[in-house]
Design a protein around this ligand. Structure first.
Ligand SMILES: [Zn+2]
Length: 1006
């Protein structure tokens, strides 16, 4: 329930709320239910203003109460919550003020008895004996999902998200065998970047919110309407005309209130992902006009605090653009707006509430007027404003009639006007008026006028307002582009008649190659005497072009033309038969009864199709034909023949597009909807996956360059596609191993020593050198070298077996052979193709050790593709892609087999003799247990410690270990029993104190 207007007193609103509660209770009772007062809560949201700024009121400011009768008819007060408190609704706690404190508590609180969800999960994992894999599954399928569930609704800050992430991983990582300190880049990166793919709350929140935003914005859903309202309010509040998401958050963020959308804008600005779409927003009114606040921010002459002062004055005055405070002739600023003013503009917009700001704010306003918006001391504009292009939002209610040459002023809603006649004594200036008189109505030809009424009863006509309204959703440019590809062979009217009579048929087909797509279509009838056709380049997207997208575009083009024919020729009914050889494109175009989900491939075109279908009068039937029927010997049907024709035309256009670089694609289909894009490429498929990859690409590249000292160009040379596909060939445990190896988090001797588990850092195989991740590959011990050589032999055999370019094999093998960093590029070697030279040089930029992490140059794949093409392989592209991913998984086998061997050496010693580190550790533990003597041992277990230490040390390692386990277990057992009996004792006493009887208690015997 909200106030009817700014003036409605709080007590009145509370009274209305109280009445509503009463009616609701009655209603619930009538339907056999009941309202329980103890389960009801309410908020009173009110603001107090000080120095032009608002604050939320608390209970002491408005001590209002609301009552509800319980089932016994007793009057109970309903619990009133402070606006800071979150109230749980649909499992999300967000306070009216927008803070997430209670939500965070709900997840991470560790207060005993009130543990948050994550704390509870952590405790249960800690006390369980689940295996690595089970912990992994539990995390990804239970607790991560619980957190994700709330994220589409929240706007948590990075710091808040980090709190959740830290708590989650504190237990999770060690339990799956990974050190807690693993960098976030590897902890949360997807498999494409060799990461663990674990939850990263902040980026997840952004992605899930973007999905919701795109799906609902510009739609009629509740959320869709709310998005439109918030966007419009933000534009007025911030005083901006440029679409919000096009502005940098760093520059303009301070002007905005924290909202669900502001948070989305902040993150999209930070991640470099562009959200764009069309919506109604304020615009400049005349030539030379500008948004007051954008001009202010760009001038860089004021601090954010000073600009906020100016903004408060601006909102109070309701001025959006410079033209709002300038006279109609465009020459000077209205005197009322030079400094502190109470003259609020009557505007057609619904403005945010703002009381008159304090004097300090007005001083900033005056500075802005004179120094930034270029007005001299007399209020004359340095650069006058030009022609008025659209009707302003300010409502003046002045009109001028050319027939009567009089000015008319409407003072109220009635038809009564005050008319003014031109002043006769003014010889030079005929724009001054005088002699007011009341008339019953204004003449029909009276048009809106901008008038200065600064002088009482002496209005001055400054300008007439042209009677046009700019269509803010203007798509004329895109439409022109689209229709430049359409041939109207006959007049539209003839075609319109064919459609009305239900005889129209339409056929489309597409051609796709090398990420380029073209679609051709024709609308005609059985006689083919009328024909409209078109050939379009299919707008590319972030994902690779395929025939599905191109065919969809063909169907869209037919519908777009059909819909325009309907509009132009007033078609009210009719039908058309649409034919296409892609069954999926046909089905998806015509079977969705609502907007396709954003998870659907090429949802941008599907949405455009749905949007047109919704307002189409013409009835559509559709049919699938088989393409390329010209290759059979049979006689073709008309539809098949048309399909073949379209196929040829699309093929021709596609060939032209492959070489033509300046082709401009029409984005007409995107005009009504929102999209997210990266470097100008709209993401139309696998939105979540692609966004995740893009976000972590930034993180991973930064990590590789800054932490792993990669060459700044190296990360973008790596074939991540191959790494991503290779990960799909690996079982989960091997993927985990790849993450540990690539991130440098394998438990090498150096790492073990760093954690305090080992005493020295020597390699377990050669016992000679510090064991680092790199040493695993270059250990000079003969046994390790043998394994490496074997591996290399098998690698070579594999490469030759899959048709690898023999010279490529030679280059790779010869640089891997020496077993230490060796250049891939050899200037002495003259037989390589330019591509192979590029490949080996770029691999040298990436590095020799990184090669074993699967960080291979994309150019190897290009070289292999060329080789396959040269030997006449028709599927060279697909095969080279597959080859590259297999190459990566073959490369992983080098470090993996060496690591396995190293572990076998380490563990082989355990049964006969321990290595020094382990032996020492065991000795320490044994002497410690013996020193404890008979403490906490039951009578039966006493012989365990009776054994002399010398005898014990004579025994085998496994016997010594089992002795240690037995003693420890025996002591633990006694300690546990003691605790239990203490507990039972206390419980029993409590029962006795309450009931006076010990009979039912569980006091231990005796
Ligand atoms: Zn070694």
């Amino acid at each position: 329930m909200s106030a009817k207007n700014h003036e409605e007193p709080i007590s009145n609103i509370v009274q209305r709320a109280q009445k509503a509660v009463h009616i609701w209770r009655q209603g619930v009772i009538q339907t056999g239910g009941a309202l329980r007062p103890e389960k009801c809560k309410w908020y009173l949201i009110n603001f107090k203003w000080r120095n032009g700024k608002y604050k939320y009121c608390d209970v002491s400011d408005d001590p209002a109460k609301i009552f509800l009768k319980n089932t016994n008819g007793e009057k109970c007060e309903i619990d009133r919550l402070d606006t800071k408190c979150g109230l749980k609704g649909l499992r999300v706690h967000i306070s009216p003020e927008g803070n997430h404190d209670d939500l965070l508590d709900f997840f991470i609180s560790t207060t005993p008895g009130k543990e948050g969800k994550i704390a509870k999960w952590t405790n249960s994992i800690n006390s369980s004996s689940l295996k690595q894999h089970d912990v992994y599954v539990s995390a990804f399928h239970s607790i991560f999902k619980s957190v994700e569930y709330v994220l589409p609704a929240t706007s948590m800050s990075d710091a808040e998200c980090k709190k959740i992430d830290t708590m989650l991983h504190k237990t999770f990582l060690p339990r799956i065998g990974i050190i807690r300190t693993m960098s976030i880049a590897y902890r949360s990166a997807p498999s494409r970047y060799q990461g663990l793919g674990s939850l990263h709350t902040s980026s997840r929140q952004f992605i899930l919110k973007t999905k919701n935003f795109l799906q609902h914005a510009n739609s009629e859903t509740q959320l869709g309407k709310s998005i439109t309202n918030t966007l419009e309010s933000l534009h007025l509040l911030m005083g901006i005309n440029t679409p919000l998401f096009d502005l940098s958050y760093d520059d303009y963020g301070f002007l905005a209130e924290t909202t669900w959308i502001t948070n989305l804008w902040q993150k999209s600005s930070e991640y470099g992902l562009k959200i764009s779409g069309s919506y109604v927003k304020p615009n400049i009114i005349r030539t030379g006009d500008f948004s007051l606040m954008e001009e202010l921010v760009q001038s860089g002459m004021m601090t954010p605090a000073e600009m906020l002062s100016v903004n408060r004055c601006r909102i109070y005055l309701r001025a959006q653009n410079f033209s709002d405070i300038v006279t109609g002739d465009g020459l000077r600023i209205r005197t009322a707006f030079m400094e502190k003013s109470t003259h609020q503009i009557r505007s057609s917009y619904t403005w945010p509430f703002q009381p008159n700001p304090p004097l300090a704010d007005w001083r900033q306003w005056k500075t802005a007027v004179s120094e930034i918006w270029n007005v001299n001391e007399q209020g004359i504009l340095v650069a006058p404003l030009g022609a008025i292009k659209t009707r302003p939002h300010s409502l003046q209610d002045w009109y001028y009639s050319k027939s009567t040459k009089k000015l008319y002023h409407n003072l109220s809603l009635s038809e009564l006007h005050i008319s003014y006649i031109p002043m006769t004594d003014s010889t030079r200036d005929n724009r001054k008026f005088c002699y007011p008189s009341v008339v019953s109505s204004k003449p029909l030809d009276a048009e809106p006028a901008i008038v200065s009424d600064e002088q009482q009863h002496r209005p001055v006509l400054e300008s007439l307002v042209p009677n046009l309204v700019i269509d803010h959703k203007s798509d004329s440019y895109e439409k022109q582009l689209f229709y430049s590809c359409v041939n109207m062979f006959t007049q539209g009217e003839t075609m319109a008649q064919v459609i009305r009579e239900g005889n129209a048929i339409a056929v489309c087909d597409a051609s796709v190659k090398n990420n380029t797509g073209a679609a051709s279509w024709v609308i005609t009838d059985v006689t083919e005497t009328v024909q409209i056709n078109g050939d379009h380049g299919v707008p590319p997207s972030f994902s690779t072009m395929d025939s599905y997208r191109a065919e969809l575009y063909g169907i869209y083009s037919i519908l777009q033309v059909l819909s325009d024919l309907e509009k132009d020729y007033g078609i009210q009914q009719g039908s058309i038969h649409i034919v296409c050889d892609n069954i999926n494109a046909l089905n998806n175009s015509f079977t969705y009864s609502d907007r396709a989900p954003i998870t659907a491939s090429d949802y941008d075109i599907l949405w455009a199709i749905f949007h047109i279908r919704q307002r189409l009068y013409t009835n559509i039937t559709f049919e699938h034909v088989y393409g390329h029927r010209d290759k059979t010997k049979k006689t073709l049907t008309q539809l098949e023949r048309l399909n073949v024709m379209m196929d040829k035309r699309a093929g021709l256009l596609r060939q032209r597009l492959e070489t033509q670089t300046d082709y401009t694609f029409s984005h007409l289909h995107n005009m009504q909807q929102w999209t997210v894009s990266h470097n100008g490429n709209i993401i139309t498929r696998n939105l979540e996956k692609n966004m995740t990859n893009l976000l972590f690409e930034r993180k991973m590249f930064k990590h590789l360059i800054e932490k792993k000292k990669y060459h700044p160009d190296a990360p973008s040379m790596i074939n991540w596609d191959a790494i991503e596909r290779a990960s799909k060939l690996l079982p989960k445990s091997r993927q985990l191993w790849v993450t540990k190896f690539a991130s440098g988090f394998l438990p090498t001797a150096l790492a073990m020593q760093g954690r305090g588990d080992w005493d020295d850092t020597k390699c377990p195989i050669c016992q000679n050198v510090t064991e680092t991740t790199n040493h695993i590959l270059s250990c000079s011990d003969e046994r390790a070298s043998n394994i490496y050589r074997n591996r290399l032999k098998r690698f070579e055999t594999w490469m030759l077996s899959v048709n690898t370019d023999p010279i490529l094999v030679l280059i790779i093998v010869s640089s891997l052979k020496p077993k230490y960093p060796t250049s891939f590029y050899d200037p002495q070697f003259h037989y390589q193709s330019p591509t192979l030279t590029k490949a080996s040089q770029s691999q040298d930029v990436i590095g020799w050790y990184p090669f074993f992490k699967g960080h291979i140059s994309r150019q190897w794949m290009v070289a292999q593709r060329e080789h396959l093409m040269n030997i006449g392989d028709a599927q060279a592209v697909a095969k080279a892609d597959k080859w590259a991913s297999q190459l990566v998984s073959q490369i992983y086998d080098f470090p993996y087999s060496l690591w396995e061997y190293r572990n076998s050496v380490l563990h082989a010693k355990v049964d006969d003799k321990l290595n020094a580190k382990e032996s020492q550790k065991l000795f320490k533990s044994i002497t410690k247990e013996l020193a404890k003597g008979t403490q906490n041992l039951s009578r039966n277990d006493l012989p365990l410690v009776a054994i002399p230490i010398e005898a014990l040390l004579q025994k085998s390692v496994s016997e010594r270990k089992s002795w240690l386990l037995s003693v420890r277990a025996a002591r633990e057992c006694v300690i546990k029993n003691k605790n239990n009996s203490n507990l039972r004792m206390r419980h029993g006493l409590l029962t006795w104190m309450r009931t006076g009887s010990l009979r039912n208690s569980s006091l231990p015997d005796g």
